[in-house]
Ligand binder design. Structure first.
Ligand SMILES: NC(=O)c1ccc[n+]([C@@H]2O[C@H](COP(=O)([O-])OP(=O)(O)OC[C@H]3O[C@@H](n4cnc5c(N)ncnc54)[C@H](OP(=O)(O)O)[C@@H]3O)[C@@H](O)[C@H]2O)c1
Length: 337
């Protein structure tokens, strides 16, 4: 099959690096354009781990150039910056997979939590896609809104149970993330001394991902879903564990139900014991588990925030978008030990 040229804008960041690593090994996609804020450098200068592997140039963003080199561009950029680039690329008829939050929410929800939306035309066209939950929705799309990390883990945990939960009772989501979730910029909250030997909750209830979980869980079950979201920062580089606590309204066997729901899904592993983040590290796997205590439901999902929570899910979506097998070039072997 003919190679497909792709670009990555935001290549110097954490999710950008994960995309580079996968695209370099992808059987069809070819890395044809890389950019960051200032450019005038190379991949191995930005990421010394790539020395001797790949040393292509990294340029200052130039959308004409990106469009002349690529059929599809991944945006691993901060929100707001991403929508400017997305709009320009879409005008040039280039497909876009956006890892930021810019196209994930309704205008109202986005503007309540982020900033004014400056690309409403494309917002209405964007396809939000977790392949196991949205099927082939990404096929043929021009713009993918790649879901957030806490959202991916939570929706994959809760989706099988949306019709079995009593929505008049609270649903609690307790989601722990590794520090790379905050991106590469050093801030006091992610300083070694703050993170090491410590666990702390942050942005409880009001976290931006709460609204994304509610919007997309509601869309999956046609019921208004409300959650109480408590994210924590834990001293690991990568990894995420979402635990969801809810009230069951029927007599289901949670694990059996989960096994049926995720049958034949290549990147979901239904475990018979609580999952470990490490088993998913460096992969696109979501490891899930569920149990009950009378009518109290406990569901868990472990993922790698940089992979299933961002870059490998983005690549899976890009595969589907381009009519390729969803699993092409997607890592399955974890960084263990
Ligand atoms: N980290 C995660 O676990 C995770 C999970 C899901 C989604 N996301 C989302 O994915 C996106 C990227 O996250 P990240 O963690 O990879 O962030 P990051 O490590 O901070 O990297 C951000 C990248 O964006 C580039 N950039 C910033 N402003 C730019 C501009 N004006 N023009 C061109 N490039 C610009 C940076 O380039 P310079 O080096 O030149 O500044 C860098 O390459 C964010 O929207 C984030 O919310 C992240």
């Amino acid at each position: 099959m003919k190679a497909i040229n792709v670009g990555i804008i935001g290549v110097s960041g954490y999710t950008g690096l994960e995309l580079v690593k996968m695209v370099l090994l992808h059987p069809i996609f070819q890395l044809a354009y890389c950019a960051n804020t200032e450019g005038e450098t190379t991949l191995s200068q930005l990421h010394p781990s790539l020395m001797g592997v790949c040393d292509i140039g990294v340029e200052k963003v130039d959308l004409d150039k990106a469009a002349s080199h690529c059929e599809l561009v991944f945006l691993a950029l901060p929100h707001k910056t991403a929508m400017t680039a997305a709009r320009g690329l879409l005008e040039r008829n280039i497909k876009v997979v956006d890892l930021s939050a810019d196209y994930r929410l309704s205008k109202e929800n986005y503007e309540a939590f982020y900033c004014e939306h400056e690309d409403l035309n494309n917002l209405s066209q964007a396809v939000y896609s977790i392949p196991e939950l949205h099927g082939k929705a990404a096929a043929g799309a021009q713009l993918i809104a790649n879901p957030g990390c806490h959202v991916t883990a939570t929706l994959l945990a809760i989706a099988p149970f949306l019709d079995h939960i009593d929505h008049t009772n609270p649903i609690f989501v307790d989601s722990k993330t590794g520090v790379s979730g905050a991106g590469k910029s050093p801030t006091p909250g992610v300083h070694y001394v703050s993170v090491n030997d410590n666990i702390n909750c942050y942005n409880i209830i009001k976290h931006r991902h709460a609204t994304e979980i509610e919007q997309h869980a509601s869309a999956l079950c046609d019921t208004e879903v409300h959650i109480t979201f408590v994210p924590s920062l834990v001293p690991m580089t990568r990894g995420m564990l979402a635990c969801v606590y809810a009230t069951l309204k029927d007599d289901c066997d949670p694990l059996a139900l989960m096994r049926t729901f995720y049958e034949n899904k290549p990147f979901i592993r239904v475990r018979s014991a609580p999952p470990h983040t490490k088993m998913t590290s460096g992969t696109n796997f979501a490891d899930v588990y569920a149990t009950r205590n009378k009518n109290a439901l406990v569901v868990m999902c472990a993922i790698d925030n940089l992979m299933r929570g961002a870059s490998s899910q983005a690549l899976s979506n890009a595969n589907i978008m381009m009519g390729l097998d969803e699993t092409l070039g997607i890592p399955k072997i974890a960084y263990v030990p």
